[in-house]
Design a protein around this ligand. Structure first.
Ligand SMILES: [Zn+2]
Length: 241
């Protein structure tokens, strides 16, 4: 419980009425105060218990009072939280871990919503982070490239095609989708070879583009046999795409 929290309304009234009578009985106000203080200390446990009972019975009023208190003592509360966290580091950390593990879905959704709302902010902070940690970024990029060699291959393919002045947009993801559509089979003979190659239906030498529309999988034998001749019709399987 936060020290100095407001007492429930009924208690404030009851105590002050009791105080008035009490002070009348004691002629000396200083003695009355001292007695009262002693009484409060001696009966702290039962007083706290009774306050808690009242709070449990009046959750809405309690919540409203807490909100009022928190709003009026924002700085104090923040300082208290900080001190508490520093003194109970282990507890706070393990509590956070448990929370994150049990609320994975909600947290991910919240992070997504936050990212969608703060795109510009996040871009800036990412740029700042990247600039401050070049070696981490380099290592991460290296690991990603190593895990996705197909991206590199696709990039090389685009660069080769562009060199000849052809339109080159085929990405690794598109090539993967094309392979899936053909179930890994050669577009010309239908065989599923060990090594599949990219064949340009309209050859690059004849102005064909390095695009998803002009690339089909072909076995090495069909690819070599076709050479740079343009087939009279598109490969049969391709029409199913
Ligand atoms: Zn073939």
């Amino acid at each position: 419980m936060i020290p100095g929290r407001l007492l429930p309304a009924h208690r404030v009234v009851a105590v002050s009425r009791w105080q008035a009578a009490f002070r009348m009985a004691f002629k000396d106000p200083e003695r009355a105060k001292a007695y009262q203080r002693r009484w409060q200390v001696e009966h702290r446990a039962s007083k706290n218990a009774s306050t808690q009972r009242w709070r449990d019975a009046n959750p809405e009023t309690t919540r409203a009072q807490n909100n009022l208190y928190n709003m009026a003592h924002r700085e104090q509360r923040r300082a208290y939280s900080r001190t508490y966290a520093a003194e109970h580091l282990e507890q706070v950390q393990s509590k956070g871990r448990v929370y994150r593990e049990t609320h994975r879905v909600e947290l991910r959704a919240a992070a997504k919503a936050y990212a969608a709302k703060h795109t510009e902010q996040l871009r800036i902070s990412r740029r700042v982070y990247d600039k401050a940690h070049p070696e981490i970024i380099r290592a991460r990029r290296h690991a990603f490239a190593k895990a996705h060699p197909e991206n590199r291959r696709a990039k090389d393919g685009r660069r080769r095609a562009r060199k000849n002045g052809t339109i080159a947009t085929l990405t690794a993801a598109q090539w993967k989708a094309i392979l899936t559509a053909y179930k890994g089979r050669c577009a010309y003979c239908g065989v599923k070879p060990k090594k599949i190659t990219q064949d340009h239906v309209v050859p690059l030498s004849r102005g064909g583009a390095h695009t998803a529309e002009n690339v089909v999988p072909a076995c090495i034998s069909c690819n070599l046999h076709k050479g740079d001749r343009q087939p009279p019709t598109l490969p049969a399987v391709r029409l199913l795409l």
